[in-house]
Design a protein around this ligand. Structure first.
Ligand code: AMP
Length: 425
């Protein structure tokens, strides 16, 4: 789905392109067609979902297409009411950005500052007014603003308006709006009070509900195995044989490391290919093509080479070696769990990598669940763990006896081999 598919006109498409918007967000995809049909809308959505564009674009489009009928002096034809000055400014900036090739003019008014500049802008004429409730009423009462010609009204963040005690102001504003208009009402929550307020504003609305986008770290099931360096090959083979791995991108820190992984897999009869800087462009493309087509199950990559790899149906990211730059972890796991699919990211952490793990967890603001019960626990032959995170050290540093000496005593480790819980922030 593109903005063009949604029927957005060229002057606005150009502006969206300049903003770097390639595809509509879910709320835009749902709301824009409803609004272009002239229906009222009840939107349950938070900031961060692309909510502003979901109403600004169709309002701009309708104002633009109707411009022939409105070639007299500018009148306020769209009113957006928002609870805070910051939000109001952001909304006005969005109208400016998306409408820059339409000739549609907006201004923003809010309290806490002198009104002179605002009344000057209003006198010059605007098509779209973005306002906080108090200053709007104030300037209406002083005669600077008439809502007589409003064709589109938007109440944004209605729940916050109620929390901030604006209910009476809002009712007074609604009372001044013409009956014949398109009304939009957005709120992150839908309490009975909000629903009752929405009924005062909306005719027979269509409803759209969207959840905020989950961050990658939330969408991907993550797990970490504490394993010694020398047992990593065994653990990798074990996972590829026992987990439901349809396609795995395995990360190593170095070219040498990734070649080693390919050799290990090769010996075990698992077809894989490595992509890294020493491979020719042709070899890389072949490897990637085979991986995408499902000919090979495993692609082994270094971080640089993995840039730009876009495989939709990747089931697993395996961090055979943890990255020493925490942001790299987020990039790696973002390769799975794309397009709303949930993915699995498994990390191997040896005793020398505990500090990397700590930095990663700090960056993503969550503890990655430790997967216990696998046949190759850290056997303690390496340096003692560097982590100060006691809970993880204790769990990760278990002796092999807990599991039959690493010989697969607990065989597949049952379902504990999967990351079982999502750690939401
Ligand atoms: P909002 O929920 O309106 O506060 O928007 C959140 C952020 O998403 C803003 O920074 C917008 O500029 C951005 N945004 C809105 N729509 C899109 C889109 N279709 N593609 C990319 N970014 C967008």
């Amino acid at each position: 789905m593109t903005f063009k598919d949604l029927g957005i006109i060229e002057p606005i498409l150009r502006a969206l392109q300049a903003e770097g918007y390639t595809h509509p967000t879910p709320i835009q995809e749902q709301s824009i067609p409803i609004l272009l049909r002239g229906k009222d809308l009840l939107g349950c959505a938070q900031t961060g979902t692309g909510k502003t564009a979901s109403f600004a674009i169709p309002i701009l489009q309708q104002l633009y297409l109707d411009r022939e009928r409105n070639n007299g002096p500018r009148r306020i034809r769209a009113l957006v009411v928002a609870p805070t000055r910051e939000l109001a400014i952001q909304i006005a900036d969005s109208f400016t950005a998306y409408g820059k090739h339409t000739g549609i003019r907006n201004t923003v008014i809010f309290g806490g500052v002198k009104q002179g500049a605002q009344t000057t802008a209003l006198r010059q004429g605007v098509d779209v007014l973005v306002a906080t409730p108090g200053r709007l009423l104030d300037l209406m009462q002083q005669g600077y603003i008439s809502l007589r010609d409003v064709e589109f009204s938007v109440l944004d963040e209605a729940d916050r308006m109620l929390d901030m005690g604006f209910i009476h102001d809002i009712k007074k504003i609604i009372a001044k709006l013409p009956h014949d208009r398109q009304s939009l009402f957005f709120s992150a929550t839908m309490s009975p009070e909000i629903v009752s307020l929405s009924r005062k504003l909306l005719g027979d609305p269509e409803q759209v509900t969207v959840q905020p986008e989950q961050t990658t770290a939330e969408r991907v099931d993550q797990g970490v195995y504490f394993v010694s360096k020398k047992m990593k090959p065994n653990l990798l083979l074990h996972l590829l044989n026992t987990e439901n791995v349809t396609s795995a991108l395995v990360f190593a820190r170095t070219k040498h490391g990734s070649d080693k992984v390919v050799k290990i897999l090769d010996k075990a009869g698992i077809e894989s290919a490595a992509i890294h800087g020493n491979k020719s462009q042709g070899a890389r493309q072949r490897a990637l093509g085979n991986f995408k087509d499902g000919v090979i199950q495993v692609l082994v990559a270094t971080d640089i080479a993995a840039r730009g790899i876009d495989v939709d149906s990747l089931s697993h990211v395996i961090n055979y070696e943890l990255p020493n730059i925490p942001e790299t972890y987020v990039h790696r796991i973002g390769r799975t769990g794309r397009a709303k699919a949930s993915g699995i990211a498994l990390s191997f952490c040896d005793s020398e990598e505990r500090a990397y793990l700590r930095d990663i967890q700090k960056l993503i603001g969550q503890q990655i669940p430790v997967i216990e019960g696998h046949p190759f626990p850290d056997d303690g032959t390496q340096d003692p763990p560097a982590s100060t995170d006691k809970s993880q050290d204790q769990r990760g540093g278990r002796r092999p006896s807990a599991n039959g000496g690493g010989g697969g005593g607990s065989s597949r480790g049952g379902n504990r081999n999967r990351p079982s819980s999502r750690n939401r922030r």
